[in-house]
Design a protein around this ligand. Structure first.
Ligand SMILES: Cc1ncc(COP(=O)(O)O)c(C=O)c1O
Length: 340
């Protein structure tokens, strides 16, 4: 019976869903959404905060600041609340409403940028704002998930060994790519393993993480509007790019079976399904990583109006979609929050 006194002390790391009946090929999904932060980002957040504490960078009057599309922000909010730090999250208008409210409920401040950067994303604008904050007051501490080695080391230490333990005959691992922390931690671990594992990175169309044309992306978590500084492509065997419409279809296909996952899980599962169908070998042992669950996406991926507005009526054709029709009730964003 686990008994904890800090929220980050609990993280379910050994839950896999057998998706064979959903994707028509054996595929095991490692579920990372069962912790108090609700996502895989708890691991990176923990590692980065602990290493900043060890290095003496975080002091009692520090204000942690980070650019996040949401999940790292929630994880840092939780850890900051538990340890008594202040936290300011710089995010953008794609951040889900519930994610923003979660951060605020945990006592954090949230600043939302609205101007696109030169690659059609928000990352450049977010980082510019973080830099301006850090220049304005030295109490701000930027953990910088995009460059912090703790981000990938967390997965090298935990995520990859958890997969290895349960799948000693693993052939292929599908990993969605945002900062590339999960990807690089797992790829580095399996490079040294007892048998070769094919590392397949899954990205969204419109992301420039692996090159390619920038384009509109509405689903947070996966994809980047810059090359991830942590990425070393020599560890990646293949890259699959998934259209957001396919992400949505995969999410709804799983929801029809009672598994409500987040957007990046839909992206990874869609990419893995396509890859497994192409390779056609039912004996391949394949694992994909599901970074979070679906509740944070009820007003986007699982909401009719949002889907129709962004992807057109056709997205709702076919019988695999399960949506709610609600009037969006998004409170107006508040004015920039600065700390102190
Ligand atoms: C929903 C979601 N998708 C994808 C990712 C990508 O992970 P990474 O930044 O490690 O590449 C994350 C990271 O937390 C996430 O929360």
């Amino acid at each position: 019976m686990p008994v904890i006194s800090a929220p980050h002390d609990f993280n379910e790391g050994h839950l896999f869903v057998d998706l064979t009946s959903v994707v028509d090929h054996p595929l095991y999904l490692k579920c990372e959404g069962f912790n108090f932060a609700g996502s895989i980002k708890l691991k990176a957040a923990n590692e980065m905060v602990e290493s900043a504490e060890r290095d003496g960078i975080l002091k009692p009057d520090s204000v942690i600041v980070e650019s996040s599309s949401g999940n790292l922000g929630v994880a840092l909010s939780m850890i900051a609340a538990s340890k008594g730090y202040r936290f300011l999250c710089v995010t953008d208008s794609r951040c889900n409403l519930s994610t923003r409210l979660l951060m605020e409920a945990l006592g954090s401040r949230v600043h939302i940028v609205a101007d696109l950067d030169e690659n059609g994303g928000f990352l450049g604008t977010r980082l510019e704002y973080v830099r301006s904050l850090c220049a304005s007051d030295d109490r701000y501490v930027w953990l910088s998930q995009y460059t912090n080695p703790g981000n990938w080391q967390a997965h090298y230490r935990t995520t990859a060994p958890q997969i290895a333990r349960h799948f000693p005959r693993l052939d292929v691992l599908f990993v969605g790519t945002g900062t590339a922390g999960t990807l690089m931690g797992c790829a580095r671990y399996f490079r040294q393993w007892h048998r070769p594992v094919r590392i397949v990175a899954v990205d969204s169309v419109g992301s420039v993480a692996f090159g390619g044309e920038p384009g509109r992306r509405m689903i947070p978590g996966l994809g980047m509007s810059m090359r991830p500084p942590l990425l070393d492509e020599s560890y990646v065997n293949e890259v699959i790019r998934v259209e957001e419409a396919d992400t949505i279809r995969a999410c709804h296909r799983m929801a029809r079976r009672g598994f409500l996952f987040g957007g990046s899980t839909g992206t990874v599962v869609s990419g893995a399904t396509e890859w497994l169908a192409r390779h056609g070998n039912p004996d391949i042992t394949a694992v994909a990583i599901a970074p979070d669950l679906g509740e944070r996406y009820l007003d986007t991926i699982y909401q009719t109006n949002w889907l129709e507005d962004l992807y057109g009526d056709q997205i709702l054709d076919g019988d695999e979609l399960t949506t709610t029709t609600l009037e969006p009730d998004d409170p107006a964003p508040r004015e920039p929050d600065r700390w102190p």
